[in-house]
Design a protein around this ligand. Structure first.
Ligand code: GLN
Length: 242
């Protein structure tokens, strides 16, 4: 599996890099070779050569630093998308795949406009901060996930959310839904990082990414997730949503 970790030096809030470690470890445990390349502002790289594109979260400042570079790569991103590359996008990265992000001072950061959602910053009283739990519905599987969110941006016009909020905020302060999902994208406000306590989601991403270069259905060997699920259970219990 070939992973491209975009803007690794700028977009890495709340340990988003942990997602990369989890993906790599879960591949290695199954003897699936997994390589991770990084790409930042000005680097030349062919995104289409990768199975998984990963972009973590970043504050408004980092988003404003990277968005022009990201927009320059739009044709290459569309080509990769057409060729079934998978996308895992966290928070600030999620926002940048929509139409735009409008920050609290009214500055507009253009997005890739890959999807019709858009994000506008709220007043301070409606910032979405804290633990978050979801009931996720992806690829016909329904299960709970746990994470941490911290965003002023309210993401609206999401036609296919990743899940229903059991605890916390999600796309908007009290809209009840979180993230965005389609056959090739998993986008979410969940940091934590997302994958260590959500192994089912990690495997869905691995399976989807490996599928890019396989004609046969990918079936992953199960791993022992006792500890991961225990960690998840502690948080779900603490939030009263087990
Ligand atoms: N700057 C964005 C917001 O506050 C994204 C923050 C993040 O990535 N955690 O909405």
């Amino acid at each position: 599996m070939k992973i491209l970790w975009m803007y690794h030096n700028l977009m890495d809030l709340y340990g988003d890099k942990g997602n990369i470690h989890v993906l790599k470890m879960r591949c290695e445990k199954r003897s699936i070779s997994c390589t991770v390349d990084t790409c930042t502002i000005g680097d030349s790289i062919d995104i289409n050569a990768y199975d998984l594109f990963f972009l973590g979260g970043g504050a408004d400042h980092e988003q404003s630093l990277i968005f022009e570079d990201l927009l320059k790569r739009k044709d290459n991103i569309m080509e990769a998308y057409k060729n079934r590359t998978q996308f895992l996008l966290i928070c600030g990265g999620y926002q940048l795949f929509g139409a735009y992000y409008l920050d609290q001072s009214g500055n507009r950061i253009e997005g890739l406009n890959m999807f019709p959602y858009y994000t506008e910053s709220s007043d301070r009283d409606h910032r979405c901060i804290g633990n978050i739990a979801l009931e996720v519905n992806v690829d016909g599987e329904t299960f709970k996930t746990i994470g941490f969110e911290n965003h002023g941006g309210q993401t609206k016009n999401v036609d296919s959310p990743l899940g229903r909020v059991l605890y916390g905020h999600g796309n908007t302060f009290d809209g009840g839904y979180e993230g965005f999902v389609n056959e090739q994208v998993i986008a979410t406000y969940m940091h934590g990082p997302l994958l260590p306590k959500n192994p089912r989601l990690a495997d869905i991403i691995i399976k989807r990414a490996l599928q890019k270069r396989s004609n046969e259905e990918i079936i992953l060997e199960p791993l022992d997730d006792t500890l991961e699920l225990k960690a998840q259970e502690v948080m779900l219990k603490r939030l009263n949503v087990l």
